[in-house]
Design a protein around this ligand. Structure first.
Ligand SMILES: Nc1ncnc2c1ncn2[C@@H]1O[C@H](COP(=O)(O)OP(=O)(O)OP(=O)(O)O)[C@@H](O)[C@H]1O
Length: 495
């Protein structure tokens, strides 16, 4: 009679045994090769029986162990897989083994031994991505032990061109750069710098720095288990795990990495269940002294729809911001990019672009690329006139940039209050509400930070601006007239 032994709950060494008759010990199998050939046949049969998908899910990372005294050992990557395989496929696995090898009397599924603890000077990284691999393709499946088994399928592939070497450092980003470099070179995470939380506006280089960290960790030791993904991907994976009732596996994957990197964490705001899961993952990794690196558009204090415990966790390590770019930094980036592309672009064209396109570095790069492509494909000489012509849509948009002054004037006129009320300390609703609308629009339509906006409204604190933004967001839902006012003002301001 086949018997499946239940594991001892919570015990890492728990195993499932699939026994036949309590038999006398058999001799060890002769050759490893033969055993492997049997395993291939067992796997083929299993795949046929349960289908490709289930096979990949449950057996894709189960490894063949040894056959000793009639006991065949298999190794599962996680407790969850071990328990599942034992419970659901135990009989079948044993029967198939016995059909190819009569010496097998029972099959034992063990948890793969945990990796050796990290020593100083040992940071483990994901194996290099094959150079042929396009960054937009999912990572290639790799063989052998690697990052948290299965986690490498989740991990997104950092771009080869995003390295510290081609990150141009200037005043607005020097702190974030130094912090990123420091973390990537640490042998062991320092509690006071864990997590590293990099924040800054759209297109200012956060992802670039994250990828650069990844590259350094990988270069230092290709065995470090680094899981890099966007918060959106985390949420989607979690939802998928909930749907397929695979949350156990999901948890194991995320909690068994050495470094977890999550880009754009603001995406997790307002998604309660995912936030909880992220919080537990976070705690579990920090407890194990594993490094966490996060990027976000906003500082923890400005994230909305986020639980306080999460907010304080996010801000509990090293918080580094990237400020809006300066003209000097933009010019320096353009010079570097043009040099790297080995295309001669006249300095006055670079200066023109750095002056005109101040929104973010991504747009700046895009503008340079367009100008260069035009020059190369149409054979037009690269001049300021040519750039003006090629980028007319972008430049028109840039020229239409809304200022806080315009917002205050427009809002004051709309509500028929004095412009001075925008900065006055008066709290009567007749002036306080329009002021809040103006703050909200300033946040929406300019790239200024909350403290910068606060300054422009009578030197108010950034928490006042944050409160105003939240208030107007709430009112837009509950009060039609406010929603209409805001939309109308926005349209007028954006021309
Ligand atoms: N200091 C810099 N030096 C060189 N390139 C830069 C720098 N800052 C940004 N870039 C380039 O600008 C582009 C946008 O940067 P990135 O994607 O890292 O921005 P981001 O802050 O992550 O934006 P998002 O908020 O949209 O995720 C990238 O191509 C990046 O290489």
């Amino acid at each position: 009679m086949n018997k499946i032994q239940a594991p001892f709950k919570g015990d890492n060494n728990a195993t499932y045994e699939m026994n036949t008759v309590a038999g006398a010990d058999m001799e060890e199998m002769a050759g490893r090769k033969e055993l492997e050939a049997h395993w291939v046949r067992v796997c083929d049969r299993l795949r046929k029986e349960i289908g490709d998908k289930a096979f990949k899910t449950w057996f894709g990372e189960v490894e063949l162990g040894e056959l000793k005294a009639g006991k065949l050992r298999l190794y599962a990557p996680t407790r969850f897989v071990r328990d599942w395989v034992g419970r659901h496929y135990g009989d079948r696995v044993l029967a198939y083994w016995q059909s190819v090898n009569a010496e097998v009397k029972n099959v034992e599924v063990n948890l793969v031994p945990p990796p050796a603890p990290r020593r100083p000077n040992e940071i483990i990284a994901m194996p290099p991505v094959p150079s042929s691999q396009n960054s937009h393709q999912p990572p290639m499946p790799r063989m052998g032990p690697s990052i948290g088994r299965g986690a490498d399928e989740i991990s997104q592939t950092p771009e080869a061109r995003y390295t510290f070497n081609n990150f141009v450092v200037g005043k607005p980003n020097e702190f974030a750069y130094a912090a990123a470099r420091n973390i990537s070179e640490q042998d062991m995470p320092l509690p006071e710098r864990n997590p590293l939380y990099i924040f800054g506006g759209v297109g200012l280089g956060k992802t670039h720095l994250m990828h650069a960290i990844w590259h350094v960790i990988r270069e230092r030791d290709p065995k470090t288990r680094v899981l890099y993904l966007t918060a959106e991907s985390f949420v989607n994976r979690f939802i998928q795990a909930l749907r397929t009732k695979n949350t156990g596996q999901f948890k194991e994957l995320f909690r068994n990495v050495d470094v977890l990197m999550v880009d754009d964490v603001q995406f997790i705001c307002g998604k309660e269940a995912s936030q909880d899961e992220f919080f537990f993952t976070f705690n579990s990794l920090v407890e194990q002294n594993k490094q966490i690196i996060l990027s976000s558009e906003k500082p923890p204090s400005e994230l909305q729809d986020i639980e306080e415990r999460m907010r304080s966790r996010l801000g509990s390590g090293l918080v580094a911001d990237i400020h809006s770019s300066t003209y000097e930094l933009r010019l320096s980036i353009l010079q570097t990019k043009a040099e790297n592309a080995r295309v001669p672009v006249p300095v006055n064209v670079l200066e023109f672009l750095a002056h005109k396109i101040s929104t973010n570095i991504r747009e700046l790069e895009g503008a340079l690329n367009r100008v260069v492509a035009h020059g190369q494909l149409i054979g037009r000489e690269i001049t300021v006139e040519m750039a003006q012509d090629v980028l007319h849509d972008l430049l028109r948009q840039a020229d239409r940039k809304v200022t806080v002054d315009e917002i205050q004037q427009r809002v004051a006129a709309h509500y028929n209050i004095k412009l001075a009320e925008m900065s006055s300390p008066r709290r009567a609703r007749s002036v306080a509400r329009p002021r809040q609308v103006a703050m909200y629009l300033a946040k929406q339509l300019t790239t200024l930070s909350l403290p910068q906006i606060g300054k422009r409204f009578g030197n108010r604190d950034h928490t006042t601006v944050m409160h105003a933004v939240r208030k107007i967001e709430e009112l837009k839902v509950s009060d039609h007239s406010i929603a209409e006012d805001v939309e109308l003002l926005k349209r007028q301001l954006q021309g």
